[in-house]
Ligand binder design. Structure first.
Ligand code: AMP
Length: 388
């Protein structure tokens, strides 16, 4: 089988994992997810042919319990070959971590200081790194950052109109979903090389949602900011919000930071507006007025921000839809495209319904694609490059 790298994306109650053989081209051996850790844990995994493997009967209460079993399982599959490295998705790299980085006590401590900027993800990402270091101290761990791809944004794009002293403290736009955008930029170069250096907007529309403006395959603007709250309406996050709303809530409702954090990260977005669900598929199926209003607000903000990023790019040559909603919902793509007709976006109905590859009409000024993203493959590539 040969040596392999394990990719981990650890969340608050879940761990997504994937094992890649260190071959060229990269080969995924299996992938899976441990869900509901601490409540009713469940492990599912799929092989290279996407066949569901027999349910794994692992037990435990903590992330560390399950990581230990994942390592045992990995070792059994490798049959004597080595686990060469573990690659981690780390949400926030701040100003200093702009490339994949070996994770040791010093880098972990530096990344821990960024936890307040990504409270939903960063502490859980780092706990998995610490657990792995304890379980397999000899195996190198590589951090791959969601912010790193946006290091190419210029100073004006990064800057908030706040006093400079705050910018010097690191309060600026970083952007997220960078591993997804990097993967898409690479795929676009393969499937549409004539467009790869053009003015492209990538719409990563999943539970978390953002847009990235690409020029010459590099990020020049993005909708998320210092944190992953900014920009589009998301499953449970509010997206861009008049900062005066926060002052009002603090002054008139006496809300303090923990209550605001819960409101903005967990109670807002599609869930808050619909009062029903943060899950787009559930809202599309609901046939309920508040659900429809939430969907329309989501679409409106995607189209509005596409307009804003087109201004950053000075025009638009291509549009890519990706992630759970972007890859799977022809209806959302259709509605976004209708609102972007003024920019020259026109979809062809049958390819949009099929939902893969080029979906724009032959005479559309803006070529539009659906491209499946693969952040795990991106992490595996970076991890292999970092240890070779
Ligand atoms: P992600 O975070 O990329 O896994 O995306 C999750 C989001 O994709 C959820 O809001 C899902 O409801 C949504 N999604 C997945 N499949 C579909 C579908 N067929 N139609 C609409 N939304 C979908």
């Amino acid at each position: 089988m040969g040596d392999a790298v394990l990719v981990l994306n650890a969340g608050s109650s879940s761990i997504k994992f994937a094992l890649f053989a260190m071959t060229l081209p990269l080969r995924r051996l299996w992938h899976g997810e441990i869900e509901e850790i601490g409540r009713a844990p469940r492990v599912r995994a799929w092989d290279a042919a996407e066949e569901l493997l027999p349910e794994q009967l692992w037990a435990g209460n903590t992330h560390e319990d399950f990581l230990a079993q994942l390592l045992q399982w990995t070792q059994a599959h490798l049959q004597g070959d080595a686990l060469a490295a573990v690659g981690h998705r780390i949400v926030h790299g701040g100003a200093d971590f702009t490339a994949p980085t070996k994770l040791d006590a010093q880098t972990i401590a530096a990344l821990d200081r960024l936890s307040p900027l990504a409270p939903l993800h960063q502490p859980h990402n780092l706990n998995a790194v610490r657990a792995l270091a304890k379980l397999r101290p000899g195996v190198p761990q590589i951090g791959c950052f969601d912010t790193a791809f946006h290091a190419s944004m210029d100073a004006t794009t990064r800057r908030f109109a706040l006093p400079r002293a705050l910018e010097n403290e690191g309060i600026r736009r970083y952007g997220f979903h960078g591993l997804s955008y990097e993967f898409i930029a690479g795929r676009l170069r393969q499937i549409a090389p004539a467009h790869a250096d053009g003015r492209i907007i990538v719409a990563h529309l999943g539970n978390g949602a953002s847009l990235c403006a690409l020029k010459n395959g590099r990020s020049v603007d993005t909708t998320m900011g210092l944190t992953a709250l900014d920009g589009l309406v998301m499953g449970t996050r509010c997206g861009a919000l008049d900062p005066g709303v926060l002052l009002y809530l603090m002054q008139q409702y006496g809300m303090a930071a923990p209550a605001l954090e819960d409101l903005l990260y967990h109670q807002s977005g599609l869930l808050g507006v619909s009062g029903l669900s943060g899950d787009m598929r559930a809202l599309l199926a609901a046939g309920d007025r508040a659900a429809e209003e939430a969907i329309e607000l989501f679409v409106f903000h995607v189209a509005r921000e596409i307009g804003a990023l087109a201004a950053s790019l000075g025009g638009l040559d291509g549009l890519v839809f990706t992630a759970g909603i972007g890859e799977n919902s022809a209806e959302i793509r259709r509605r976004v495209a209708l609102r972007c007709a003024w920019l020259g976006v026109e979809l062809a109905e049958a390819p949009n319904n099929a939902g893969a590859g080029l979906i724009s009409a032959p005479d559309s000024r803006v070529s539009t694609w659906v491209i499946a993203t693969d952040e795990e493959a991106m992490i595996a590539r970076h991890t292999i490059a970092a240890i070779l």
